[in-house]
Design a binder for this molecule. Sequence first.
Ligand code: ZN
Length: 305
Amino acid sequence: MSNVVKIREVGLRDGLQLIKTNLSTESKLIWINKQVSAGFTEMEVTSFVPPKLLPQFSDASEIVIKSNKIKKLKPTALILNIKGAIRAIEAGTKKITFVLSASEKHNLSNVNCTTDQSLSMFNEIIQVSKDTKIEVAAAIATSFGCSIQGSVPEIRVLELAKEMASKGACEINLADTVGYANPKQVKALFGKLKNQIGNVPMAAHFHDTRGMGLANVVAALQEGVRRFDSTMAGLGGCPFAPGASGNIATEDCVYLLESLGFNTSVNVDKLLELRRYLTDLLPNEKLEGRLGVAGTAINFKKKLL
Ligand code: ZN
């Protein structure tokens, strides 16, 4: 199995959802450029949600247009409905991630419609995207449990995944929106998922709400997952899911993967430099992650790009 792992930075989307600081477009672009110079080729740079709901993303189109000019970067964006998809396509987004929730109650709270209605919308988005070169990834929120509904049946996650993979999703991403997953559950669900979606790549999106994030990464790796979402300094959380908190920290995740012998093509020192930039940029926010505090160990083999 491949030892190449792709980490997608989602700090400029998930990471900005719960913070109070409103980042300027210029600061976001500095962040993006620094992350690309550390070796990142895929970043979720924004979200095409109504700016009234989340003003952090009112510059979504501008961020995509400017990110498209950055060499080696594939900017991606999150969308929740057809309106968002059309805005993303018009801005020239290369890849969109459509999110629906396996928890009926979270889907209603997040996007105000049932999961089946979101699923029909996914099919519509696939049709709309057919005439473009845009890739459509599918993410299933609350795949491991929901703070509104409680437990989420595995079978529901698997049927949604199978349906969206068969309709043309370029990737199936299982998201632990409120940090309920544990490694045993992660192994079980991804173990079943790979038999349901053929050659469509699996991806994982973990929040570190209960300190299980990196352990869950290891469990997912064992089942063949080679794509992970994470956020610099562990920022993040869904504003429509009570109890949500930050994602796994990108710098910690890269450090873990490289220590295990996986190839992320990321320069950890440059990531720590970026973290220092974020510390100055977000003085009133609580930054998470251990590596930013401790630094790398003396026996860590530094990667030179
Ligand atoms: Zn998230």
